[in-house]
Design a protein around this ligand. Structure first.
Ligand SMILES: Cc1ncc(COP(=O)(O)O)c(C=O)c1O
Length: 396
């Protein structure tokens, strides 16, 4: 490996969300905790990004910023190279985060009382985007078949056909279910949504983190018609662990939808601001860090294999859902016959392991845990030892 995926910087009391949440749970700085929660990586930043940021600090002024032409073209080149998606710089609108973007989209393209579809269980802020804005949650439950989730298209179409349904927030790849939707599935979603005039906001933030053997397809790349009926939310933040720099790229190919979005943004803030360091980091990442990404994926995949092998041998009651993309392994612990809250207690207090609890992703997530695998492999090995030690008394 060219890059370092072993060094970890301590982040306790450093304004780090993941560790702050642990502290809120009573964890002390000197406790031997392993966090596998919040979706950022325990990997140090790629050196090319660090160099670019240093250069910026030495040679620029931290004033108001807009993306440069070169930045926008670099983003488009990444989409072509990694995803075979032809884009135009003018399609890109800035956002501090993908969550900001799908919250805005719900407000801009739907009215209070109208229906927004989610394919559940799903990334929990998507529920908030619907209910906090007084829209109606149209719940399209995914079906767990063996170790993978499927879409119930009959139910999906029935719900899309309801006159009140106006928008779908698609999570592609899917967090927490780990699916990379196939071309056939995406085309079917696209056709149904076109037929019933449902706009698609496709959150593709995990699109670069695809496991070997799978291929992500950008929703807008399916056809011009589908491109005209969607908004694609992307960011370098998951891929290169840059969430703290608050830089996302929202693609709106359809000029009318784009204008509507831009006008709404201007109404709420006539002088939108960008993060100058975020742009620099994203540009450096997309230009120079493809190898870093490949290596990060291979570490995540190694970690995945370790967990899968261990669980099948030691705790076959825990079912691991196929990880096709993201670094967030979704595990069904219901076979352990331990209540969700008690599971949380055992993991925190006895095993000193912090996963994300499945119930935060919706009712279907109860009894599940989400394991963030973007960390040094030694963390995963240590966690497996702790699981073995802790749970042997709970299983017969
Ligand atoms: C599916 C999905 N969308 C959005 C986000 C967060 O996006 P942002 O930090 O750009 O608001 C996450 C973070 O885990 C996510 O998993």
């Amino acid at each position: 490996m060219k890059y370092n995926f072993d060094t970890v910087h301590k982040r306790f009391n450093k304004g780090c969300k993941k560790w702050n949440e642990l502290a809120d749970n009573g964890v002390k700085e000197d406790e031997d905790i392993i966090p596998f929660s919040v979706a950022d990586m325990e990997f140090v930043t790629a050196p090319e990004i660090v160099e670019a940021l240093k250069y910026e600090l030495d040679h620029n002024i931290m004033g108001y910023a807009n993306p440069t032409r070169e930045y926008l073209e670099t983003v488009c080149q990444w989409m072509k190279k990694r995803h075979d998606w032809d884009t135009k710089p003018e399609w890109i609108l800035p956002a501090h985060g993908v969550i900001d973007a799908f919250f805005e989209a719900v407000k801009i393209y739907t009215q209070e009382g109208e229906g927004v579809m989610l394919m559940t269980p799903v990334y929990y802020p998507m529920y908030h985007a619907v209910t906090n804005n007084n829209r109606v949650l149209v719940d399209c439950s995914l079906i767990l078949k063996s170790s993978s989730y499927e879409i119930d298209f009959e139910d999906f179409e029935k719900k899309a056909a309801d006159e009140n349904t106006k928008l779908l927030i698609l999570c592609s790849p899917h967090n927490p279910c780990g699916r990379v939707w196939t071309r056939e599935e995406l085309e079917k979603i696209g056709e149904i949504c076109l037929k019933h005039h449902v706009l698609v906001v496709s959150d593709e933030i995990h699109f670069d983190l695809v496991m070997p053997g799978y291929k992500h397809i950008v929703f807008a790349s399916l056809s011009d018609e589908i491109a005209n009926n969607c908004i694609i939310c992307t960011a370098p933040s998951k891929t290169f662990n840059l969430a703290g720099l608050q830089t996302s790229n929202i693609f709106i190919p359809n000029p009318e939808l784009r204008e509507k979005y831009l006008n709404a943004l201007k109404r709420s803030n006539p002088n939108p601001k960008c993060n100058i360091l975020g742009y620099s980091a994203c540009e450096a990442a997309y230009k120079h860090c493809e190898q870093w990404l490949e290596e990060a994926i291979s570490v995540i995949d190694t970690n995945r294999k370790l967990v899968v092998d261990f669980l099948s041998k030691e705790f076959p009651q825990i079912k691991v859902i196929e990880l096709e993309a993201t670094y967030l392994l979704w595990m069904d612990w219901r076979g352990m016959r331990i209540d969700g809250k008690e599971l949380e207690r055992i993991n925190h207090e006895e095993a000193k392991l912090f996963f994300d609890e499945g119930y935060v992703f919706g009712a279907q997530g109860d009894g599940f845990e989400r394991w963030n695998l973007a960390c040094p492999t030694r963390y995963v090995k240590e966690a497996l030892e702790r699981m073995k030690e802790t749970y042997k008394k709970y299983v017969g």
